[in-house]
Design a protein around this ligand. Structure first.
Ligand code: CP3
Length: 365
């Protein structure tokens, strides 16, 4: 037992610990690989389980079915990490906003946050209770994985959750209302960010206590912010989350993914995260020079590549691996897409990607 540890850690003996080794920038034989949204609609077995559940939220709320879909891509492709099956919008749902999914349109809330009164009226909630189904899913998945690969837990970033809460769901105008507030009522945005940040910390802490072995923060809409606003409205709150989790769980790595954040890699690294997730606009070799001695790097194939011919997929995987460069202790690369996998991806193309990562990253060693 180490002194100063605030929470118990889960002592494990993973069969495959490549992902955690790469996060810690230790030596690896090849590049570990997993894909954002690896459990999703491109997989026929996912669609079958979703049908059994009735709808997407019912799937998230059933620990057994969430476990089933989490393991499907692990069983099919042998990915090096599993990610909890859930959604970032479960947190606003727990606050009473009433999340549902409209076919073909994405997420919708029954209530949006439209005023200061709405923010002040948000209930104080007990995450362990309101999102107990997520904690149970984490435990169920850990048991089912039986230490084959590590399990990643996740949350939306405070800024990205605020975008959805103010828009009332997906946005067709790049979340213009909350961006307007940045300039007219920044006090409201900060008030909401503070509230959401506390919940994000509690939510991630719960997932770690239940067995998540790494945490990923999705700042899917960080790239919408002006350069002058990113620090104050997204980075500062990402830093708060990372600092709180690092203090409570010093052994649990964190990955921060800011979609469109390529210009700000140094600022994202300054949050203290273990790894940076990067989208496909970033050159991995340059990212490595900029922040690779501070953080591991995760990414960054364009998901559109997976809609193409297998020869093309192999070539793009090779290019991605070469652009990161030689694997050596002190740097870490985790192969991933630059954003979630498209629902139109042929499942056999994912097999081709996984095989290519194994082949080319072992060769470049
Ligand atoms: O990666 C995984 O396999 C784990 C599961 C996961 C989902 N959503 C399942 C999901 C994760 C990590 C998320 C995160 C998430 N959810 C983000 C951040 C990542 C990103 O994409 O930027 C965001 C912004 C959301 C919000 C959300 N959930 C949207 C915008 C949508 C609709 C998108 C679409 O493709 O229709 C969802 C729904 C959703 N979440 C699906 C899945 C598999 C598809 C819904 C279905 O099965 O009907």
């Amino acid at each position: 037992m180490l002194f100063g540890r605030k929470e118990p850690i889960h002592v494990t003996n993973l069969t495959n610990d490549l992902f955690l080794r790469a996060l810690r920038r230790e030596a690896v034989d090849r590049t570990p690989v997993w894909l954002m949204r690896q459990a999703g609609r491109y997989l026929p077995e996912y669609n079958a389980t979703r049908k059994k559940a009735g709808n997407f939220m019912a799937l998230c709320k059933s620990p057994d079915l969430a476990c089933e879909v989490t393991l499907q891509p692990i069983d099919r492709y042998g990915f090096d990490a599993a990610i909890l099956f859930s959604d970032i919008l479960t947190v606003p749902d727990a606050l009473g906003l009433g999340l549902h999914f409209v076919e073909g349109e994405g997420p919708r809330f029954k209530k949006a946050i439209g005023s200061e009164a709405d923010i002040r009226g948000l209930p104080a909630i007990d995450i362990e209770h309101e999102l107990g189904y997520v904690g149970e899913a984490v435990q169920t998945i850990r048991r089912a994985l039986n230490d084959r690969v590590p399990l990643i837990g996740f949350s939306g970033s405070p800024w990205t959750l605020v975008c959805y809460m103010v828009a009332g769901g997906s946005s067709s105008d790049d979340f213009l209302k909350v961006r307007q507030w940045l300039y007219s009522r920044h006090d409201l945005v900060l008030l909401l960010l503070e509230k959401v940040t506390d919940l994000v910390i509690q939510y991630c802490a719960m997932q770690i206590r239940k067995g998540a072995q790494a945490i990923m923060l999705f700042d899917s809409w960080g790239g919408l912010l002006a350069d002058a606003q990113f620090g104050r409205f997204s980075q500062a709150f990402l830093s708060k989350v990372v600092a709180a989790l690092t203090q409570q769980f010093p052994d649990t790595p964190s990955i921060v993914f800011v979609k469109g954040g390529g210009l700000w890699l140094e600022r994202i690294a300054a949050t203290g995260c273990t790894a940076l997730g990067v989208d496909w606009t970033v050159n991995l070799g340059q990212a490595r020079v900029r922040v690779g001695s501070q953080c591991a790097i995760q990414g960054n194939l364009d998901p559109a590549v997976l809609l193409g011919h297998p020869d093309h997929i192999r070539a793009e995987v090779a290019r991605t691996i070469q652009s990161f460069g030689l694997l050596e202790p002190g740097v870490g690369h985790i192969f991933n897409l630059g954003h979630g996998i498209s629902q139109f991806t042929p499942p056999e193309n994912v097999q081709c990607l996984v095989q290519a990562v194994r082949e080319f990253s072992s060769r470049s060693n």
